[in-house]
Structure formats: structure tokens, C-alpha cells
Write a protein that binds this ligand. Sequence first.
Ligand SMILES: NC(=O)c1ccc[n+]([C@@H]2O[C@H](COP(=O)([O-])OP(=O)(O)OC[C@H]3O[C@@H](n4cnc5c(N)ncnc54)[C@H](OP(=O)(O)O)[C@@H]3O)[C@@H](O)[C@H]2O)c1
Length: 272
Amino acid sequence: MMISNNLFSLESKTALVTGGSTGLGLMATAGLAAAGAKVFIVSRKLENCEKAANKINNCNFKGQVVPFKGDLSSEAGISNIVNELHKKNSELHVLVNNAGRTWGSNFGSFPYDAWEKVLNLNVSALFHLTQKLVPLLAASAERDSPTRVINIGSVMGEVPMGDGAYSYAASKSAVHHITKILAKELAEKNITVNALSPGPFQSNMTDFAIGDPKGSTRVSKRVPLKRIGQTEDIAASIQFLCGRGGSYITGAILPVSGGINVSTGPSIFGED
Ligand SMILES: NC(=O)c1ccc[n+]([C@@H]2O[C@H](COP(=O)([O-])OP(=O)(O)OC[C@H]3O[C@@H](n4cnc5c(N)ncnc54)[C@H](OP(=O)(O)O)[C@@H]3O)[C@@H](O)[C@H]2O)c1
């Protein structure tokens, strides 16, 4: 039996990672560049994108990172990002919809605004950016070499664990659902659509809880695999879903949460 010894290489592939300058986006970008891809990263703060690009470009990876500035929070902002990408590159093989935001508050005082802002970026922007980039993704897609969309969901969209982030958890459930809908719809264009469902990872978003060793130790104890997620956990998941070896997988919600996704509490019939 013959198999390729290069199942997860991304040499000669081009990717776009939204919010690729920090946190999980930076981890995904590192994974793509390490596998050989040319990775465009976009976010509102150009300086952060440039810093991230320099950091990864100094790692001697086969791929490279190209930063640019963009804001996904409006229709015009999304169009600008698409136009900018068209100007910079004529091909796209991988789109990682990573940019996201959250809001935490107790139930009684959860603000009205925190639904609109969170759903706008986490769901609407993800949908519309994908919609506008499908022609570019489809142009490079072949039956034996599909192009890829990876959406960053969350374990909070999988299990009923709001933790005060009501609109966030609901938005991530929506991300998982739209992932499956688009997987079904875009298969005929040879585009796969999958999502990661991460648990706790170090980032600006989670700094309040796991930004220091004490918080990180406290949260690690609650994860079945007893640790916070690491860069390689995201990088490897992305390489898996984007490499040739992942080309027959679509509509998957990949749990990268150290087992929180199957943490259903104690046995029902067991001893106390
Ligand atoms: N950290 C975790 O434990 C965890 C777990 C599960 C899922 N996630 C998901 O991972 C993704 C990344 O979050 P993170 O935890 O890495 O937090 P983060 O460091 O705060 O990353 C958010 C990224 O999104 C960008 N962004 C925010 N608003 C934007 C906009 N309007 N237009 C363009 N870019 C925008 C930010 O850059 P600018 O500020 O420069 O725009 C930043 O790079 C999110 O979808 C989040 O829900 C995180």
C-alpha cells in the first residue's frame, strides 16, 4: 500500500487568518507557516499583526506571514479585507475564521449591547467573509485537493456552560451549526468546512482567568486532561484539517478542549 509521507505539508498554499496576530489566531498562523503556507493575517491593530509576522518570520519556517489591517465589524470593513486580499494575492486555499470577542456578566445585568456586538463579529462577520471568499477558494479547489474553511468555535458552544458569557456561548453554538450547513453546501465546490471547538487557551480573551500561574493552575484542575491548551494543540489541529491528509473530512467540530466536551459529571448509577 502506497501512502504519501507528506500528508500535512502546506507548501505552495495560501491562507488567510482573521485575528491572526494574537492568541489562537497566532497559534493557527504558526501552524500554517510551519507547514509551509504563505499566511495573510488581518486585524484592526496593524502593529500587532506586524509584530506577529516578524516573530513567525524569524522562526525559519518554510512558510511566511504577511500582515495587513482590517476590521470585520461592518459590511464595508469585510469588503475592504476581501479587496485588499485580492490585490495582494490571486489564490486562496485556506480561510481560518478566528477573530472573535466575548462579554461576561451575571444574568441579571447582562447588557443588550453584548448580544449585538458578539453575534455581529462571531457569527455575521464569519458568514459574510466566507461568502465573499468562496469564489477565490473555489477557483483553487479540486476534487482531490479541496480548499478549506476552518471556523474557530468553542467548547462553550458545545456544552451548556455559559460562565456568564451568554451571547458568546450562543454565538459559538451558531458557529458550529453554520459550519455544518456550509460543509454540506460547499462540498460541491470542493471546499471543506470544519470547526475547532477549543477549551481554555492563553490569550487576551482569557487573560482575566488564566493570565497568571495561579489562575492557570486553578482552571487546569477543572480540565479532564488537567492542563491548559498549548500552541501546538491548535497548530496541529489546523495542519490536520488543512493538509492533504484532512481532505476527506468536512462538517467536523474537532474538540480541542482536553476532554471538557465529554465531561458530563459523575456516574449516575455508580457508588458515592
Ligand atoms: N482563548 C480561549 O480559551 C478560546 C477558547 C475557545 C475559543 N476561542 C476563540 O478563539 C478565537 C480567538 O480568540 P483569542 O482567545 O485568541 O482572543 P484574542 O487574543 O482576544 O483574539 C481575538 C482576535 O480577534 C481580532 N479581532 C477582534 N475584533 C476584530 C475585528 N472587528 N476585525 C478584525 N479582527 C478583530 C483581534 O485583533 P484586533 O484587536 O487587532 O482587531 C485579535 O487578534 C475567538 O474566536 C475565540 O472565541 C478562544
